[in-house]
Design a protein around this ligand. Structure first.
Ligand SMILES: CC(C)(COP(=O)(O)OP(=O)(O)OC[C@H]1O[C@@H](n2cnc3c(N)ncnc32)[C@H](O)[C@@H]1OP(=O)(O)O)[C@@H](O)C(=O)NCCC(=O)NCCS
Length: 293
C-alpha cells in the first residue's frame, strides 16, 4: 500500500522499476562509508543486495519519492520474514538529500503503519553506534534504545545499538538482572575485573577489608551491574559476559594477568568468538563477542 508524508510518496518497491536509481546510491563510496557497508560494484550487485535483504517482502518495503517525481531517492522497510512478530527495519537515502529530515519523516509514518499490522508487534533497528544520523531517524520514529550487540563489520569490531518500539508498550516487571558473586577478596577481584573488562566501581563498602562492591558496565544509573560479596564459602559458578570490544584483546589481558584460561578464543557456529577464564576463587567467566571472520 502506498503511504504519503508531507514531502514524500512512499511507493511499494518494484525492483525492476527502481533498481537504476537505487544503484546510484548503493555504489556511492561516501554513502557506503556512512552506512558502514561496502559500495556495490555494479547493477547486479545492487540487485543482489536488495533481493537478499528484502526479497520475499513485497508490500513491506517502500521506495521514497519526492512529491511530483518518479525518482527513487531511497528505501525503507523491514527485512525478509524470519517468522517472528518483531521485525527488523532499515532505511537508506540518497546522499544528495541527507540532512533535510526526509528519512525521519518517512520512518515515523512507516513505523506507525507497520505496528498497526496484526502480524507485527514490534519493530527493531540495529544501528552501528557510530551512525548518529540513523540513530536520529530511529528516535524520530519513537524507537528507543533496548540493548547493545557486538558486531564485526568491514573487519572492525563495533557495537550495534538495538533501537526498538512495541505496538503495545508494556511496563516490564524486571528492569535489570544483577548477579552476585561470592569472592574471598572483594577488592582484588574488583581490581581485576576493572582492569580486564573496563567495569566501573559504582560503590563499595567495608573497612579495612572491602565486604561488598557493585561493578557496572558503565557509570550510569540503571546500567547492568555485578555485585561482589565477601564470603568464606565459595561454590564456583559461571558468569557469561557479552563484550563490544575485540575478544582477543581481552584474552591477551587475561593471559598477561596470569589467570587460567579454560578455553582459548574460538569462533562459534553462531557467529561469535568466545573464550573462558577462571577468577582466583574458581569462578568461570565466559567472554563472548563479535566473530573474527
Ligand atoms: C541514515 C539516513 C537514512 C538518514 O537520512 P536523513 O534524511 O539524512 O535523516 P534526517 O535528515 O531525517 O536526520 C536524522 C537525524 O540525524 C540528525 N543529523 C542530521 N545531520 C547530522 C549529522 N551531520 N550528524 C549527526 N546527526 C545528524 C538530524 O538532526 C536528525 O535528527 P532530528 O530529526 O532529531 O533532528 C542517511 O544518512 C543514509 O542513507 N545513510 C546511509 C545509510 C544508513 O546508514 N542507513 C541506516 C542503516 S541502520
Amino acid at each position: 500500500m502506498q503511504l504519503t508524508t508531507e514531502r514524500l510518496d512512499l511507493v511499494p518497491l518494484d525492483v525492476e522499476r527502481d533498481l537504476a536509481d537505487l544503484h546510484t546510491m548503493f555504489m556511492d563510496p561516501i554513502w557506503a562509508a556512512a552506512a558502514y557497508a561496502e559500495p556495490t560494484a555494479d547493477l547486479a550487485a545492487s540487485n543482489a543486495r536488495i533481493v537478499e535483504d528484502y526479497g520475499d517482502n513485497v508490500g513491506l518495503i517502500w521506495a521514497l519519492r519526492l512529491h511530483g517525481s518518479s525518482r527513487a531517492i531511497g528505501l525503507i522497510g523491514v527485512y525478509s520474514d524470519q517468522g517472528t512478530s518483531i521485525r527488523g527495519i532499515s532505511w537508506y537515502l540518497h546522499r544528495d538529500l541527507w540532512g533535510r529530515g526526509l528519512m525521519g519523516e518517512a520512518a515515523r509514518v512507516v513505523v506507525e503503519h507497520l505496528l498497526a499490522l496484526p502480524e507485527i508487534d514490534g519493530i527493531e533497528a540495529w544501528i552501528d553506534a557510530r551512525n548518529a544520523r540513523s540513530i536520529g531517524v530511529a528516535r524520530r520514529a519513537q524507537l528507543e534504545l533496548a540493548g547493545r550487540l557486538p558486531r564485526r563489520n568491514l573487519g572492525e569490531v563495533s557495537q550495534w545499538m538495538v533501537m526498538a518500539r512495541a505496538a503495545e508498550p508494556v511496563a516490564q516487571a524486571v528492569v535489570s538482572i544483577r548477579p552476585q558473586l561470592p569472592v574471598s577478596d572483594v577488592a582484588k577481584t574488583a581490581d581485576l575485573l576493572v582492569q580486564l573488562l573496563g567495569l566501573q566501581v559504582i560503590y563499595q563498602f567495608g573497612e579495612p577489608e572491602v565486604e561488598f562492591a557493585r561493578l557496572g558496565v558503565s557509570r550510569w544509573n540503571g546500567a547492568p551491574v555485578l555485585d561482589l560479596q565477601r564470603s568464606t564459602e565459595i561454590s564456583p559458578v559461571t558468569l557469561g559476559l557479552d563484550i563490544g570490544v575485540p575478544v582477543d584483546s581481552v584474552h591477551e589481558a587475561v593471559v598477561a594477568a596470569g589467570l587460567v584460561v579454560d578455553a582459548a578464543p574460538a569462533d562459534t557456529p553462531w557467529s561469535r568468538r568466545e573464550f573462558a577464564f577462571r577468577l582466583p576463587d574458581g569462578h568461570t567467566v565466559t567472554v563472548s563477542g563479535a566473530s573474527s571472520g
